[in-house]
Design a protein around this ligand. Structure first.
Ligand code: ZN
Ligand code: CA
Length: 676
């Protein structure tokens, strides 16, 4: 089931990208300056291009070159000081595009599918700094130069650019002579004649990565890395010039938007449409999805040429920068791990992945209490959980110790994996939660704390919309991009005809820029995959803004309500609902009064669907299988109506009557009821 919902994230993207017509990338204006300074630049270019063998490199060589990267975050205020996680996400996206592992390869029109290339280039954050010390290769420098930045930021910090690709992340970019429009990034091509002083990529923080402050799919970085590796814009010089690639059709000028009908040059034979899919054009991020074989040939020739970019990917440099796989590094590993999923059904195999940083580990010691196996010395083990009994989540701890010759470290997360029997479900019509009765986690709610830190969703008795309790996330003290979720137990929805899910939320922001997100998603396959059904951020999320101190809701008007139609999820498969919060520098968050409002198929109601328990009872019993609000009547065996009403949300009833047989009736169904 595929759903297309215009998410607020997309809306923000459209708003920000709409006024960008003009100079999106600063490469061309800088190259004009370079040509003035280095008269041999163009002759070198022509000589280099003539050396590129466009024919031989069309097929993949099965050799992947890895470029060591350092990211310098030059921030003006904390809101530009993007997280390590956002930086890593940018590198992941970059690698997907350069390996043609991007999720949108199927959007490449068939006419261009044949020339779309896996460049066999990867980028990796360096593990050793220029002094040979272990590093995350993410530096942070506070400077007002971040606003309207250009080459002036490179004097603040720079690592030797023959060894590292330097990426400077800034608030905004201003280049003299770049004309109108917003410059999102820029980079220089390799050329042995030019000074390497300014080599590297400058990019706005909101174009770096797809999470946190990122507002796009990250293609600005892909584009600028293309320049860095020797590529031109396909529209360079118009229809009769171009980028030296025979497989990028000529294009008159930069493409904007996403116009698949554009064909601005007809001097190509056969006359092909403009390749708006090309990363090196200016189309919208969600229209770009390819490099071509000839672009790949230029990139790889630059990496094969030691005076251009070749030294970067040499074995010597891989050792200098610490990215040589498995090499000994002068520091202990710092343990960290992740799992393929953390809410699982009974018997599900979970893939654990070692994502430890700093020194390369040589030994791994995992412990999985409750799992099979319960310990492992593999780097990336697979563990199966069999929650043999019980009808609520069982939460299992996971721990990892990593070591090498220098030292060891340990990481563990309590209750990291939550296991549930697939047949122990709650009925849709009985699902409601105001957190009144039990702390979380409980039989209804699993708490997902992805980072394993001290900040997670917790029951809170000081602020609630209804009753005495709600749940709170101490987002005031949360780290950017941390992910914390509440996940429901399995909910049976097979007899529903319509469902609406609603809850109350109260979230505030701090002074300045904040990008928190509340995402609601649904799984129909025991948490293996999740479909997003609603994202709340910005004005949709915040009840109030500009709160400098830890915030709590004080009036009912601080609590906003969201109602989400879930009719598409009605069916035989039980569903799980996840309410995920991604921190973006805002203030505290509260949730309360969850309800799944279900319309049941009345025709399908049969006695078999209704359970009365306990039955026999002492007069206190519950009725399962009917929606809240359903009218009911209890009759004596001689047909007198003894009690009438509507079922409460918890469907519990009390009948004060002598021991004996009675009849419970709702809709057209009658069931025997026994009082002892
Ligand atoms: Zn460009
Ligand atoms: Ca054409």
């Amino acid at each position: 089931m595929q759903k297309y919902i215009l998410s607020p994230i997309l809306a923000v993207f459209i708003l920000l990208s709409a006024p960008l017509f003009g100079q999106k990338c600063g490469h061309d204006v800088l190259e004009e300056e370079v040509k003035r300074l280095y008269p041999n630049f163009e002759a070198d270019e022509i000589e280099f291009i003539s050396s590129v063998n466009f024919n031989e490199t069309h097929n993949t060589e099965a050799v992947v070159h890895t470029i060591p990267v350092v990211v310098h975050i030059i921030y003006d205020t904390q809101s530009d000081n993007i997280s390590d996680k956002q930086v890593r996400d940018a590198i992941i996206g970059l690698n997907e595009d350069y390996r043609r592992l991007n999720a949108d390869t199927s959007n490449t029109r068939s006419i261009f599918q044949g020339v779309a290339a896996d460049c066999e280039i990867e980028f990796q954050l360096a593990k050793l700094d220029p002094q040979g010390n272990c590093t995350t290769a993410i530096t942070r420098t506070q400077s007002a130069l971040s606003v309207g930045a250009n080459n002036n930021v490179k004097g603040l910090i720079s690592w030797p650019n023959n060894k590292y690709l330097n990426i400077w992340v800034v608030n905004s970019i201003t280049l003299s002579g770049s004309g109108t429009g917003t410059v999102l990034g820029y980079a220089y091509k390799p050329n042995p004649g030019q000074s390497t002083t300014y080599d590297g990529i400058v990019i706005r923080h909101d174009r770096m990565g797809r999470i946190g402050t990122g507002v796009s799919m990250g293609r600005t970085l892909t584009h600028e890395a293309g320049h860095y590796l020797g590529l031109d814009h396909p529209f360079k010089g118009g229809c009769f010039a171009g980028d030296n690639c025979a497989d990028t059709p000529p294009v008159l000028e930069a493409s904007y938007g996403c116009n698949t009908n554009a064909n601005t040059c007809s001097n190509d034979s056969p006359n092909k449409p403009d390749m708006i899919e090309n990363y090196m054009d200016y189309a919208d991020d969600n229209c770009m999805n390819l490099f071509t074989d000839d672009q790949r040939a230029i990139i790889r020739s630059n990496l094969a040429n030691i005076v251009r970019r070749g030294y970067l990917v040499s074995t010597t440099n891989a050792q200098t920068t610490g990215i040589e796989p498995g090499m000994a590094l002068p520091c202990a590993p710092q343990a960290n791990f992740k799992a393929s999923q953390t809410v699982v059904c009974n018997g599900t195999a979970v893939q654990f992945t070692d994502i430890s940083t700093f020194g390369n580990a040589t030994n791994w010691s995992w412990y999985f209490p409750g799992g099979t196996p319960s310990t492992s010395t593999a780097q990336n083990p697979t563990v199966t959980y069999n929650n043999a009994s019980g009808n609520t989540f069982k939460n299992y701890d996971v721990g990892l110790t990593v070591s090498n010759a220098v030292g060891a470290s340990q990481s563990s997360i309590d209750g990291y994996v939550s296991v549930q029997l697939p047949n122990s479900t709650i009925w849709a019509n009985n699902f409601n939660s105001g957190f009144e009765f039990n702390p979380i986690p409980n039989g209804t709610w699993h708490v997902e704390n992805s980072e394993g830190d001290n900040i997670k969703w917790e029951r809170n008795s000081f602020n609630s919309f209804e009753g005495d309790y709600s749940v709170k996330l101490d987002n005031y003290n949360n780290a950017p991009d941390n992910s914390d979720a509440l996940v429901t137990n399995f909910i049976k929805v097979d007899r529903a005809t319509a469902m609406n899910f609603s809850f109350r939320y109260a979230v505030a922001s701090k002074p300045g820029f904040a990008m928190d997100q509340l995402n609601v998603s649904v799984s129909q396959d025991c948490g293996q995959t999740w479909e997003s059904v609603r994202s709340l951020l910005g004005p949709l999320l915040y009840a109030t803004t500009n709160k400098p101190n830890p915030w709590n809701p004080t009036t009912s008007s601080n609590w906003r309500k969201v109602t989400i139609g879930l009719n598409d999820y009605v069916g035989n498969q039980p569903i799980m609902i996840k309410i995920g919060f991604i921190s973006g520098g805002g203030n505290n968050a509260f949730l309360d009064d969850f309800n799944l409002d279900v319309t049941l198929d009345q025709e399908d109601l049969s006695a078999a669907h209704i359970t009365i328990y306990p039955n026999p009872s002492n007069g206190r019993f519950s009725v399962q299988g009917l929606p809240a609000g359903t009218p009911y009547t209890i009759y004596s065996t001689d047909g007198r109506a003894l009690q009438k009403g509507r079922l409460d949300i918890d469907a519990s009833l009390e009948l004060s009557a002598p021991a004996g047989y009675y009849l419970f009736q709702a809709a057209s169904i009658r069931k025997a009821l026994i009082i002892q």
